[in-house]
Design a protein around this ligand. Structure first.
Ligand SMILES: Nc1nc(=O)c2c([nH]1)NC[C@@H]1CN(c3ccc(C(=O)N[C@@H](CCC(=O)O)C(=O)O)cc3)C=[N+]21
Length: 297
C-alpha cells in the first residue's frame, strides 16, 4: 500500500516543538520577530504571506508585515530592508519572491543581513550550506528532510533524483542530501525539464523529488514500485471550483500513487512544511541574535 505522507501533521508536530523553544526565549525576555515584505499583487503571493503571518501568531512569533506598491521604485524595497536590518525586534526577514521585474532580485537577497536571512537565500548562507556549515537551511529543502525523517525514509545510500534546479529548492536540496550526515549521504542526481532520458533517470530513484513548477509532469511511467515521491509543485490550474482554480502538484498524483511506496499530496504535503521551517529558522535566528540556546527540533 502506498503511504500518504502527511505534511500537515508533521508541520503541526514541529510547531509544537517550537513552542517549547519560544518559551525558553521568553524566559530570557526575547520574543522572536519575523518581518514579511510583499511587493506584488499576485494573489498566490498574497495568500502565502498571509498564511505565514497566521502561523506566526499561532506559535507566538511577533509578525510584522510590510507591503510595498509593486510600481514603487526599487529603492523603496532596499530602504525597507535597511530599516528591518537595523530593527532589533526583527530577527528574521522574508521578502516574498518573485519581486517585480524592475527590482534586482539578487541585490535584494544580498541586502538582507545574513543573520536575519531566514529564507537562507543570501550568498553567504548559500555558501555556508554548500560548504557543509549551514546556518539557515532553506525552508522547502529542510522541510523535505524533516518529512523523510518523520517517515523513517533513509537517505543514507539512497538514490535521490531531484527534478528541478532552482536556487530555492533543487540546488539546496541536492547539497543537503549530499552532506556527510544522517539526513544526507545520498547519491544525488539533479535533472530538469529538459533532461534527456528523464524517465529513465527518474525510474532509478529511491527518492524522487519533483520541483519543476509544471503541473503533473511526473507520470506513472517515471516511477518504479516502492519509490518515495516528494511533490514540491503548487500549481494553480483553472477549475470549476468556488475559487475558480484548483491546486495541483508537479506529480500526476492519482496515477503515481498506484506505484509509489510513499507520496506527498498537494495540498497538505511539502507546502505546510515550508511554512513550519520558516518558523524554525525565525526561532533559530532569535536564539543566535540573543545568544540563547534553543533546543531546536
Ligand atoms: N522569499 C520567499 N520564500 C518562500 O518560502 C517562498 C517565496 N518567497 N515565494 C513563493 C514560494 C512558495 N511558497 C509556498 C509556501 C507554502 C505553501 C503552502 O503552504 N501550500 C499549501 C496550500 C496553499 C493554498 O491553499 O494555496 C499546501 O501545499 O498544502 C505553498 C508555497 C513559499 N515560497
Amino acid at each position: 500500500m502506498t503511504e500518504v505522507i502527511d505534511g500537515k501533521a508533521v508541520a503541526a508536530d514541529i510547531r509544537e516543538s517550537l513552542a517549547a523553544c519560544i518559551a525558553t526565549l521568553d524566559d530570557e525576555g526575547v520574543e522572536p520577530g519575523l518581518a514579511t515584505v510583499l511587493m506584488s499583487d499576485d494573489p498566490a503571493s498574497e495568500t502565502y504571506v498571509s498564511m505565514k503571518q497566521r502561523d506566526c501568531e499561532e506559535v507566538g512569533i511577533d509578525g510584522i508585515h510590510v507591503e510595498i506598491d509593486p510600481d514603487a521604485p526599487a529603492a523603496e524595497l532596499y530602504d525597507t530592508i535597511d530599516e528591518l536590518n537595523a530593527d532589533p525586534t526583527v530577527n528574521g526577514i522574508l521578502v516574498q519572491m518573485p519581486v517585480p521585474e524592475h527590482v534586482d532580485e539578487r541585490r535584494v537577497l544580498r541586502r538582507i543581513d545574513p543573520v536575519k536571512d531566514v529564507d537562507g537565500f543570501h550568498p553567504e548562507n548559500v555558501g555556508r550550506l554548500v560548504a557543509g556549515n549551514d546556518r539557515y537551511r532553506p525552508c522547502t529543502p529542510h522541510g523535505i528532510q524533516k518529512l523523510l525523517e518523520a517517515y523513517e525514509i533513509e537517505t543514507e545510500s539512497a538514490d535521490a533524483v531531484i527534478v528541478g534546479r532552482s536556487n530555492i529548492v533543487g540546488k539546496p536540496l541536492a547539497n543537503l542530501l549530499l552532506q556527510k550526515a544522517d539526513d544526507g549521504n545520498a547519491t544525488v542526481t539533479v535533472c530538469h525539464s529538459r533532461t534527456e532520458d528523464l524517465t529513465e533517470k527518474a525510474r532509478n530513484a529511491d527518492i524522487l523529488v519533483a520541483a519543476v513548477g509544471l503541473a503533473e509532469i511526473i507520470d506513472a511511467e517515471m516511477v518504479t514500485d516502492g519509490t518515495t515521491v516528494i511533490d514540491v509543485g503548487v500549481n494553480r490550474v483553472d477549475a470549476d471550483t468556488e475559487k475558480g482554480y484548483e491546486l495541483v502538484g508537479d506529480v500526476d498524483y492519482d496515477a503515481v500513487a498506484e506505484v509509489a511506496g510513499a507520496i506527498t499530496p498537494v495540498p497538505g504535503g511539502v507546502g505546510p512544511m515550508t511554512r513550519a521551517m520558516l518558523l524554525y529558522n525565525t526561532v533559530k535566528a532569535a536564539g543566535l541574535q540573543h545568544d540563547v540556546d534553543v533546543d531546536l527540533p
